[in-house]
Design a protein around this ligand. Structure first.
Ligand SMILES: [Zn+2]
Ligand SMILES: [Zn+2]
Length: 247
């Protein structure tokens, strides 16, 4: 497992990536002032809860500083993915912004987050192009849910990130067969059984991929999806998401 970005450089590159872009000036979605860049003013950007201290594998927020910690879950049972890039914690105002994007199709609330994340990833891979995934795979939704919502936010995020980073997106690699039930309270055997058969691979899988989603909560979905991709030939699997729920 390769080491994730260090806390301090993570923070500074993310903030400078968000602040330095001059395009798309307009109203801030947070405070409605007229000085927004990519939809957010500098004061509202500074209020976003950055996921500064986190597990170096699954990006679970941690309460202490350090660059090389693993959370209890990853220590007990190493996940089938290699590392995660998740810049924010799923708390106010990120939770509010993502909900309005996802459940009310108000895309303007996701625009500053996706722009900040994509420019940050650009800087991450600038000198580490060998670690850049060759394909982005949006976390698939069940068709009924996608129809009800009108769009798959994971696909939307992946397409915008892919455009900035020059990485293709493929929604046909894997499909979701059923939901992942809540894992908490289940025995190890029951957890493994619960993750079986949730996803099905439909085409060839490249060696270096990133799974893209809006929010990672328990990580069970990412484990199931990564396991499926690894069994189909993926060797380096990254998880990219906008936000991670605390514990
Ligand atoms: Zn603002
Ligand atoms: Zn972890």
């Amino acid at each position: 497992m390769k080491q994730m970005i260090k806390g301090s450089s993570w923070l500074s590159t993310l903030m400078s990536a968000m602040v330095n872009r001059e395009e798309s000036k307009g109203l801030c979605v947070g405070c409605l002032c007229a000085n927004a860049i990519n939809g957010l003013c500098s004061l509202c950007q500074a209020d976003l809860p950055i996921n500064r201290w986190h597990c170096r594998c699954c990006a679970l927020p941690l309460a202490f500083s350090g660059d090389n910690h693993l959370c209890g879950d990853c220590l007990k049972s190493p996940p089938p993915f290699d590392r995660s890039f998740i810049p924010w914690r799923y708390q106010y105002p990120i939770d509010n912004m993502i909900s309005r994007y996802k459940y009310s199709s108000q895309h303007k609330f996701a625009r500053p987050l996706i722009a900040g994340f994509s420019h940050h990833l650009e800087s991450v891979f600038l000198n580490r192009s060998d670690e850049k995934p060759t394909l982005l795979i949006p976390s698939p939704m069940l068709p009924a849910r996608r129809r009800a919502r009108g769009f798959n936010q994971a696909r939307d995020i992946a397409e915008r990130l892919g455009e900035t980073l020059g990485i293709p997106v493929d929604t046909g690699v894997v499909r979701r067969v059923r939901k992942v039930q809540a894992q908490r309270g289940l025995s190890r055997e029951a957890r493994l059984a619960n993750l079986q058969g949730v996803f099905e691979v439909c085409t060839d899988v490249p060696e270096r991929v990133a799974i893209v989603d809006d929010v990672v909560t328990t990580g069970a979905t990412m484990r199931a999806l990564s396991e499926t991709l690894r069994n189909a030939g993926a060797k380096d699997i990254q998880v990219w998401a906008l936000a991670r729920t605390p514990g």
